[in-house]
Design a protein around this ligand. Sequence first.
Ligand code: FAD
Length: 450
Amino acid sequence: MANRFPSEMDVAIIGGGPAGAATAIALQQQGDKRVAILEKSRQNHFRIGETVPPNIRSPLTQLGILKILESGKHLPSLGNRSAWGSSELGFQDFFFSLQGNGWHLNRTQFDASLAEAAAERGAILQRGMGVVGWDRLADGKWSLVRMDPDGSQFQLKTSFVVDATGRRSVFATKQGANQVRMDNLLGIAAVFEFEEGAAKDCYTLVEATELGWWYGAPLPNGRAIVTLMSDGQEWRQHQFSRWENWMANLAKTRYVRELVAGATQSSELLIQPAFSQYLDQMAGDGWLAVGDAACTFDPLSSAGIYKALRSGILAAEAIAGYFHSDAQALAKYESQTRRQFELYLEDRRQYYSLEKRWPDSEFWQRRRFNISLPPSKRLRFERSHHCASVLRRLKMYLPLRDLQMLCELCVGGKQASDVVAQYRARTESRVSAYRAIEALQYLLEQQIIR
Ligand SMILES: Cc1cc2nc3c(=O)[nH]c(=O)nc-3n(C[C@H](O)[C@H](O)[C@H](O)COP(=O)(O)OP(=O)(O)OC[C@H]3O[C@@H](n4cnc5c(N)ncnc54)[C@H](O)[C@@H]3O)c2cc1C
């Protein structure tokens, strides 16, 4: 099989998840490029992340693959129920949505059918083949090293590389892009099975608790998934990876425990990083990052798959522009993706701020995004080797170059409000004043500025 793989392509997509597959399908719609997807897994394993809202129809329709929702063993999702900001349950019923219901996907089948749809449209799909290395050739093309499960390696020459490797951004980070983290969220999940073969209802359930929030959702085949979303700090302190601790916390919920009452556990605890993050560089000459490789959303948004598909469509447009020598095509893609991420951060901030119970809980304090920095406070930064080396290790809130810029603006002492205004002027207001203040508070906490 591997020997029959062509040795040269126009576009090589590393990663065959929703973003990689959508990029391939949208590129095939253009009809003039040889496209390969290199996916390291066999796409036959269980994956967390299964609830999609009704608006998923729109990118699937644009890609011409809406039927994959009907042909799969997916469950309709009738809406959301949430105990957030109050112990009472609120409802959002998709009955009133113009686009109809959402879905609780059979995620394994959904990802596999997306990748297969790309192959049916002409992309070459290679599963079980990870990309383990790359080189830039003298003619400007890339040489990717792909590895078979038996360990044998092959070269693939390509004009353009798409990093669709998910939140690890395997290729982009090796091109010098840095990941900027916004929090330390983790998902700790277990799957339950119902004896009578059917979950109790078709709603997604979200319940805030003192140490984080829970979500529960039915899965196809008479199962349900229950996940505790909490920060790395709480996870370590309360040892949530121990079944008895996780269960003791589940028992404290009012609604989520009811969802799986009487069901039997059918998986080990599955631990997944779930923090929001973005790349400080999402594209470069001959490459771009797509989906979670470019930026990740909090699972609270249930928007990861939708965003991955949309991002694939935008990426294909940008790649077409690149091949037609549009010098701005990749920069435009990057600025659209950044803008989308900034809007998402604003929504996330507002949604978390609705939860005001547990004023002493550190999990919620971290998310209350309180502004404690008075605008008139005089900030000072003194250049030193020590500060420079601590700064280089900081990975949160803003890219390192922006954190350095904020520090430089504080040299000699300046009022916080002036630092924020000057930072925003220099960066053409790419980020909100709020984000700049958050980063200044972080630099104060880390004792880089005083
Ligand atoms: C706890 C949790 C719950 C979530 N719940 C939801 C939800 O309910 N709804 C929702 O819409 N989203 C949810 N998400 C988010 C959603 O799963 C992601 O946003 C989505 O999978 C992103 O798609 P992607 O294609 O960008 O990345 P991925 O789906 O991560 O795909 C990346 C692919 O790249 C492959 N790969 C990696 N490295 C290599 C390599 N070197 N060579 C070749 N292949 C490689 C991987 O095998 C993988 O198939 C959740 C996420 C978490 C963590």
